[in-house]
Design a protein around this ligand. Structure first.
Ligand SMILES: Nc1ncnc2c1ncn2[C@@H]1O[C@H](COP(=O)(O)OP(=O)(O)OP(=O)(O)O)[C@@H](O)[C@H]1O
Ligand SMILES: Nc1ncnc2c1ncn2[C@@H]1O[C@H](COP(=O)(O)OP(=O)(O)OP(=O)(O)O)[C@@H](O)[C@H]1O
Ligand SMILES: [Mg+2]
Ligand SMILES: [Mg+2]
Lengths: 262, 262
C-alpha cells in the first residue's frame, strides 16, 4: 500500500507545487519508486510543470469526474503516465474549481478522495497530493486521505500566519476523521541567503511557534526551478546538477525515511 | 462616493497584499485621499503588513460580523485607523475562513459586501479590496462590489493560468451582477531583471493571451517590501526612497487616473 504525503499551505506561492513535483520525481528517478502526484489545485500547476513529459492520459477522464461521481471510480483510472518510468500525475482539471460548491450537501464529502484512492494505493509506492492555497473542501480531503502533511513556508512575515492556519486544520482532521495523520514538518523554501536580517527574525518566529516541526533541510532560491517549469520538465530532467536538484534530492531521501517508503 | 479597486489573482504569492497595501498607502500619503483597505483574506495579511501603524479598532467588531449579520452593518463601523492620516484598514479576521461555508444557502450571497459598503463609500475617496488566492465566495463578493479589478502576476510559467481563471470570473460577474466592472489591468510583479530568458518568454505568453491589458508599469524585486512587512509598516513609512516605493508611487498615480480618483 502506498504511503500518502499531502503538501499543503494556506499561504500562496510558497512552493507547494514545486515541492510536490520535485519530491515525487526524486522518489521515482532516484529511488526507483512508483509515484503518483494528485493535483488538487484548479490552476493545474502540476501538469503545467511537467507538460513536456506527460504521455497520453489513459482513461481520458479528469479527477473531478472521479470525485463527483457516486459510482466509485478510482483515481488510478484517470492517472497519466510520463516519460519518467513510474512517475504518474493526474491531468489538468479546471473542473476542480466547482468541487467545493458541488459537494456542499454530500454526506461524507470529506472522505471522497480517501475512498477514491483505496485501490489506487495498491498500484503505487507513494502518492503526493498538491493542494491549493485555501483551506477548504479540497485541502481537507487531502488531509483526510494523507498519512503525513508537509507544510512549505517562505521566510517572510506574511507566511507565518498561514502555517498556523494549516496546522490547526490538520489538528482538527486528526482528532476527527484521520487519527493517524502526522505532520512531516514545516519546510523552509525560497530561502534567500542575502536577506540575513529578515531570515533570522522570521526563523525565530517560526521556531518559537513550531519548534521541532521546522525541518533542518532548507530549499534555497534557484531560478532553475522556474526555468524547468517553463520548459515543462521536472528539475532532475531539466538541470540534474543544479542546487535545487541537490536540495530536493536530499529532502526526498529524508522524507522517504520518515514516511517509511520501501 | 469612493471608487472601489479589487486586487485579485487565483495564483498565490504574486503580491496581491503587497500591491493593495502599497497602492492604498500611496493614495493617502502622496495624494491626500481617504482610503480604506478591506482585507478579504482569512490570513489577515493586510493587518500584519501594517500592524505597527494600526490604532485601536473603533467598533471592536470584525468584517465577518458585518458580512454574516443580516442586520445590515456597514464596513466603516469596524474599520481601524492607522497613524497615517486618512488610511484605514479592516482588522485581522480569521472568521472569514468560514464565510464561504456559512453563506452557501443565503439568498444574494454574492451581493453582501457591496451592500455593506453602500454607506461606507461615502466616507472614503477610494476603497481597495485585498483578495485571497482562491476564486470563491469572497473573491466574487469583491468583484461584485468593485468598479475595477487589478490582477497581479509574476513572470512565471505557473502564474499565467491563474490570470485566465481570474479574468473569466470577472467576465462572468460583469455579465451578471456588476455590468460596470472593468479590468484595471494585469500587473507584472516580482520581475527579476536577472532572469531575462524566462521573462521574455512568459511576457510573450501574457501579451499573446491578454494583450493591452498588461500594464506598462512593472514592479521589480525589492526586499525592502518584505523588510517593511516584518517591521509592520507600509513601504513609504519604512523605506520612502527605495525602488519599491518609487514603483508603487508611480503605479498609484497611474491607477488614480484610470479609476477617476479626485
Ligand atoms: N526554491 C525556489 N527558488 C526559486 N523559485 C522558486 C522556488 N520555489 C518555487 N519557486 C517559484 O515560485 C513560484 C511559486 O511556486 P509554486 O507555484 O510552486 O508555489 P505554490 O505554493 O504551489 O503556489 P500556489 O499557492 O499558487 O499553489 C513559482 O513560479 C516557482 O517557480
Ligand atoms: N516586488 C517584490 N519584491 C520582492 N518581494 C516581494 C515583492 N512583492 C511581494 N513580495 C514578497 O512576496 C511574498 C508574497 O507577496 P504577497 O503576500 O503580497 O502575495 P499575495 O499574492 O498576497 O499572496 P497570497 O496569495 O498568499 O495572498 C511576500 O513575502 C512579499 O514580501
Ligand atoms: Mg501550487
Ligand atoms: Mg495576500
Amino acid at each position: 500500500n502506498a504511503r500518502i504525503l499531502a503538501v499543503a499551505a494556506q499561504k500562496g506561492g510558497v512552493g507547494k507545487t514545486t515541492t510536490a513535483v520535485s519530491i515525487a520525481s526524486a522518489w521515482s528517478r532516484l529511488h526507483g519508486l512508483h509515484v503518483l502526484v494528485v493535483d488538487l489545485d484548479p490552476q493545474a500547476n502540476v501538469s503545467i510543470s511537467v507538460r513536456s513529459q506527460i504521455l497520453a492520459n489513459r482513461g481520458g477522464g479528469a479527477l473531478s469526474d472521479v470525485l463527483e461521481n457516486e459510482k466509485r471510480l478510482e483515481v488510478a483510472e484517470i492517472a497519466a503516465e510520463t516519460k519518467v518510468d513510474g512517475f504518474h500525475v493526474t491531468p489538468m482539471d479546471p473542473g476542480l474549481q466547482h468541487f467545493e460548491d458541488r459537494m456542499v450537501s454530500r454526506i461524507g464529502k470529506e472522505l471522497i478522495l480517501r475512498k477514491a484512492l483505496e485501490v489506487t494505493r495498491t498500484h503505487y509506492d507513494a502518492i503526493v497530493i498538491d493542494c491549493p492555497p485555501h483551506i477548504g473542501g479540497l485541502t481537507v480531503n487531502a488531509l483526510v486521505a494523507a498519512d503525513q502533511v508537509l507544510v512549505p513556508t517562505s521566510l517572510a512575515a506574511l507566511s507565518v500566519s498561514g502555517v498556523t492556519g494549516l496546522l490547526e486544520a490538520a489538528d482538527e482532521v486528526q482528532s476527527t476523521l484521520n487519527p493517524q495523520l502526522e505532520v512531516a514538518g514545516v519546510l523552509l523554501t525560497r530561502v534567500d541567503g542575502r536577506s540575513t536580517r529578515v531570515n533570522a527574525s522570521v526563523l525565530d518566529m517560526l521556531e518559537d511557534s513550531f519548534g521541532a516541526l521546522v525541518l533542518p533541510q532548507h530549499i534555497g532560491v534557484d531560478n532553475a526551478l522556474a526555468r524547468a517549469q517553463l520548459a515543462g520538465e521536472d528539475i532532475f530532467e531539466f538541470a540534474p546538477s543544479s542546487r535545487a536538484a541537490g536540495w530536493y534530492g536530499d529532502l526526498a531521501t529524508q522524507l522517504a525515511d520518515t514516511l517509511g517508503l520501501p
